[in-house]
Design a protein around this ligand. Structure first.
Ligand SMILES: Nc1nc2c(ncn2[C@@H]2O[C@H](COP(=O)(O)OP(=O)(O)OP(=O)(O)O)[C@@H](O)[C@H]2O)c(=O)[nH]1
Length: 734
C-alpha cells in the first residue's frame, strides 16, 4: 500500500524483500522527489555535438565559464540546473546550497509531521506490515538503522549552520543581482528547483562499445546529432575519424553511424518485448543549418527528409522507431541566440517528465552520502576504494551502515551516476566518474606510447597478436595517468569483467610439458562464468586488438571429418557490434584452451579456434551481424554422438554469454542451423531458424544444388536437446 503514496523507484521493485524493507525504513525519515535528467549527446566526431552542448548551457553560450569540466577525451559531463526562464546553467556553485535546502526541507517536514502525523503513521503501519513479513531479516537491518529520533536531533543541531549558509548564499546572489545580472536573479528565484540536467557529451568512439552499458541506459534522454551537409551514403573518410570509428565496418557511411547509435541505444534500453515499455527518448538534431540552401521551410523539409530516409533503412517492424521522439530540430551552432536551442531545452524537459522514472521518491537521509561522493569528485577523484566510502559514511551526520550504503550505491549505479557492483573483487571499488572506465579501456589500445627498449619486442607482439605479457601490462600502466596506474587492480578487474581482456588456459601440450594442473578456479558472480586463473600463464589476450586475417573458414574444417552443423546466432535488426564477438572470444578463452598452429594461437580478426579436448575443436567466427559456431573432430573414427553433452554445454555457454552482453530482456538474436548438407559454409546462406522446426518436421533447402529437405531431427542433432520435439517453446530453446 505504501507504493500507492510513494512513487517507488522501479529499480527498488526489483530488489529482494530485505532490501525493499530497508528502503521503506529509510523513507520514513523523509523522502524527496528526484528529477535528474541524463542527457546523452551522441553522434560521430565532428558532427557538432560539443557546439550544441555549449549552446544549451548559459555559461558556455555566453562564454563566462573558465573552469574546465571534469573531463576526459571520452566524455564531458556538465551538471546543470534550470533557471526561471527555462534556460540551463551550470550547477557547480549551487551544489552546496542545494544540499542544504534539501536538508532544511527534511527538518521542516519532520517538525510538521510531529503535529500532523497521519502520513508517518501510515508509513509506520505499512512498514509494520513489512516487518511482519520479514521479521527475522528485519531485526538485522534494524540494528543497523539509527533511530529516527537521533537522526532528527542531530539534524536539528545542524540547522543553524545550514541557515547561516543559506543566508550567505542569498547575500552572494543579491550582490550578483546588483551587478544587474539577469542570470543572478533567475538563479536566486530558481534555486529551489529540483530538476537537474546532466549533459553528457560523448566523443564518437564506437570502439568503446563494451563500456556503453555504463552510459547508455533507459534512464537517459538522447540527442542524436547528424551533420545535414553530409550525405547518408557518403563513406566516412579517414580524416573524419575512421580511426575512432575503428572498423565497425570497412567503408562505413554516415548512415551506418546513425544506425549504430540508434541500435546501441536500443540494445541498452532494457526493452522488454511484449510489455510495450518503450517510450520515446531519442531526439534527432541536424546541425549546420547555416550551410543548407533554400528558404526556412525548404531546409526544414530537407532535414525531415534526411531523417526519414535514414529511419527507413530499418526494417518495417523495427523497435527502433518506438524510441524516436516526434519533434526534430535543426540548428545553426554558430548562432547561439537561435531560438531553437531554447525550444530544444524545453522539449528535453517535457520528454523527461513523461518517463516512468519521473518524480520517483528517495530517502532524504541519502543526501549526506550524495554530498560525500560529490566532495570526492570535487577533489578530482575518479575512482575510490569502497573502504574509503565506508569511512566517510561513518563521519556523516547520519551513517547509513553497510547494507543501506550498498543499496544506495547500487541505485546510484543503476541511475548511471557511478559504477558499482556488489560482487567479487569489483565490490572493493566505487567508480565515481563513469568515464574512468573509458580511460581504463583506452590504455590497452596502442597509440603513440613511449615504450622502454627492453619491452619493445613484446610490445610489437602485443600489437601484432594481442598477447599482453606482464611486462607489457606494466609498461601500459606506467604510461597511463595516475588515476589509472594507482588502481591497476581495479583496471584489470573491470577489463576482465567487461571481457576486454582474458587470461588463456594452458593447452594439453603445455600440461604435458609439466605445467601444474591445479588451477585456482574462481567463480566471478558478476560474470556468471567460471574463471580459471592459471597463475603460471600470466599473460592476457585483448580480443578487440586481434588483427591477423584468418584463412577461409573451410580450410579449418574438412567435410570428411565428423563435425556438427553450423550453429548461427543471427542478430535482429541486422546489427551486431563487433565487440560482442570480441567479448565472446574472451569468454571462450577463459573456458577452453586456445588451439595452436605452429606454436601460434589460432586467434584471428573475426575467427577463433579452441580445444574442447584432444580431438574436438570449436571454431567461432562472425561476418557482419551473424556469429557462427561449429565443432569439428580431427579423428575420422570418433563419433560426435558420444560428445553430445559437451556440444550442448558449448552452445549454452555461447548463448548465455551473448544474452549477458545485451542489456535488455527481449531477445536480440535468434538461433539458426545451416543446412547440414552444405559442404562449404557460406555466409547467410541455407540458414534455418531453429524455432521453425517446432512447427515443421522438415523444410526444403533453397540453396543446395540437389533439391532436398532438412529434417527437424538433423537440424537439432548435436546442438539441441531431443526433448525439444515435444517441449520447445518460443521463449527458450534449451
Ligand atoms: N557552420 C557550422 N559549423 C558548425 C556547426 N556545428 C558545429 N560546427 C563546427 O564543426 C566543428 C566541429 O564541431 P564540434 O562541436 O567540435 O563537433 P563534435 O561532434 O563535438 O566533435 P568531437 O568533439 O570531435 O566528437 C567546429 O569547428 C564547429 O565550429 C553548425 O551548425 N554550423
Amino acid at each position: 500500500m505504501l507504493s500507492e503514496l510513494t512513487k517507488t523507484p522501479e529499480d527498488i521493485q526489483q530488489l529482494d524483500q530485505k532490501a525493499i524493507t530497508l528502503f521503506y525504513k529509510a523513507l520514513k525519515d523523509g523522502k524527496e522527489k528526484v528529477n535528474n535528467i541524463r542527457l546523452m549527446v551522441v553522434g560521430m566526431h565532428g558532427m557538432g555535438k560539443t557546439s550544441l552542448v555549449n549552446n544549451l548551457i548559459w555559461e558556455f553560450r555566453n562564454k563566462t565559464h573558465t573552469q574546465q569540466p571534469l573531463s576526459t577525451e571520452g566524455i564531458d559531463i556538465h551538471r546543470c540546473k534550470l533557471m526561471t526562464d527555462g534556460d540551463w546553467c551550470l550547477d557547480e556553485e549551487l551544489k552546496r546550497v542545494k544540499y542544504e535546502e534539501r536538508i532544511q526541507k527534511l527538518v521542516c517536514n519532520n517538525h510538521m509531521s510531529k503535529d500532523t502525523n497521519s502520513a508517518t503513521a501510515f508509513n509506520d503501519e505499512t512498514a509494520n506490515s513489512n516487518e511482519r513479513i520479514t521479521s527475522t531479516e528485519d531485526r538485522e537491518t534494524q540494528t543497523q538503522t539509527e533511530p529516527l529520533q537521533t537522526f532528527k536531533e542531530s539534524l536539528a543541531l545542524q540547522t543553524d549552520e545550514i541557515l547561516q549558509h543559506g543566508i550567505k548564499f542569498a547575500k552572494k546572489m543579491l550582490e550578483t543581482t546588483s551587478d544587474n545580472s539577469e542570470k543572478g536573479k533567475a538563479l536566486l528565484d530558481e534555486s529551489k528547483s529540483e530538476i537537474t540536467v546532466s549533459v553528457w557529451d560523448f566523443a564518437g568512439q564506437t570502439l568503446y562499445y563494451s563500456t556503453h552499458q555504463f552510459f547508455l541506459n533507459k534512464r537517459s534522454i538522447y540527442v542524436v546529432v547528424m551533420d545535414m551537409t553530409k550525405c547518408l551514403e557518403d563513406v566516412v573518410s579517414k580524416s573524419d575519424g575512421i580511426g575512432i570509428w575503428c572498423g565497425l565496418v570497412d567503408d562505413c557511411t554516415y548512415l551506418d553511424i546513425f544506425k549504430f547509435w540508434l541500435n546501441a541505444i536500443h540494445m541498452n534500453s532494457d526493452y522488454q518485448s511484449g510489455k510495450r515499455t518503450i517510450k520515446p527518448t531519442v531526439i534527432l538534431v541536424g546541425t549546420r543549418k547555416d550551410k543548407m540552401k533554400g528558404s526556412a521551410e525548404e531546409i526544414e523539409k530537407k532535414m525531415n527528409m534526411y531523417f526519414d530516409d535514414a529511419l527507413c533503412s530499418f526494417d518495417n517492424n523495427s523497435p527502433i522507431f518506438e524510441h524516436i521522439y516526434r519533434s526534430r530540430f535543426l540548428v545553426n551552432n554558430l548562432s547561439p541566440n537561435d531560438s531553437s536551442f531554447g525550444e530544444l531545452q524545453k522539449e528535453i524537459i517535457s520528454l523527461a517528465a513523461q518517463q516512468d522514472y519521473w518524480d520517483e521518491e528517495y530517502p532524504v537521509r541519502w543526501i549526506h552520502m550524495e554530498q560525500t561522493l560529490d566532495k570526492m569528485r570535487a577533489e578530482k577523484l575518479l575512482i575510490v576504494k569502497m573502504k574509503d566510502v565506508e569511512e566517510q559514511d561513518l563521519k556523516n551526520v547520519h551513517t547509513l551502515g553497510k547494507e543501506e550504503l550498498i543499496m544506495f550505491l547500487e541505485l546510484q549505479h543503476k541511475q548511471g551516476n557511478i559504477i558499482f557492483f556488489n560482487s567479487g573483487k569489483l565490490k572493493d571499488f566505487v567508480v565515481l566518474a563513469p568515464q574512468w572506465i573509458i580511460e581504463a579501456f583506452k590504455c590497452f589500445i596502442p597509440h603513440n606510447q613511449k615504450i622502454e627498449a627492453t619491452v619493445l619486442k613484446d610490445w610489437e607482439e602485443y600489437k601484432k597478436h594481442a598477447i599482453l605479457k606482464p611486462n607489457v601490462l606494466r609498461e601500459v600502466m606506467k604510461n597511463s595517468p595516475p588515476y589509472i596506474h594507482q588502481y591497476e587492480d581495479a583496471v584489470i578487474t573491470y577489463m576482465e569483467y567487461l571481457n576486454v581482456i582474458a587470461q588463456p588456459l594452458p593447452n594439453a601440450d603445455a600440461l604435458d610439458a609439466g605445467i601444474p594442473h591445479t588451477y585456482e578456479r574462481v567463480r566471478e558472480e558478476t560474470s556468471g562464468l567460471y574463471d580459471y586463473n592459471p597463475k603460471m600463464l600470466n599473460c592476457h589476450i585483448v580480443p578487440c586488438l586481434l588483427s591477423r586475417a584468418p584463412r577461409p573458414i573451410d580450410s579449418f574444417t574438412s567435410p570428411d571429418k565428423p563435425r556438427t552443423p553450423v550453429l548461427a546466432f543471427v542478430f535482429c535488426g541486422k546489427f551486431m557490434p563487433p565487440s560482442f564477438f570480441h567479448r565472446l572470444v574472451a569468454v571462450c578463452i577463459r573456458a577452453w584452451p586456445i588451439s595452436q598452429e605452429r606454436d601460434q594461437y589460432c586467434l584471428f580478426n573475426g575467427l577463433a579456434v579452441f580445444d574442447l579436448n584432444s580431438i574436438y575443436t570449436l571454431r567461432i567466427w562472425y561476418i557482419d551481424y551473424i556469429i557462427y559456431a561449429r565443432i569439428v573432430c580431427c579423428s575420422e573414427n570418433a563419433k560426435l554422438d558420444n560428445f553430445v553433452w559437451r556440444i550442448k554445454e558449448v552452445r549454452r555457454t555461447l548463448k548465455k554469454s551473448l544474452k549477458d552482453f545485451v542489456h535488455q530482456s527481449s531477445p536480440v538474436f535468434d538461433e539458426y542451423i545451416q543446412c547440414p548438407d552444405m559442404k562449404v559454409s557460406l555466409h547467410n546462406k541455407g540458414l534455418f531458424r531453429v524455432k521453425q522446426f517446432h512447427y515443421d518436421t522438415e523444410i526444403s533447402c533453397p540453396v543446395c544444388s540437389i533439391p532436398h529437405t532438412v529434417k527437424r531431427s538433423d537440424a537439432r542433432k548435436h546442438w539441441f536437446n531431443k526433448m525439444l520435439d515435444q517441449n520447445d517453446t518460443d521463449v527458450e530453446v534449451n
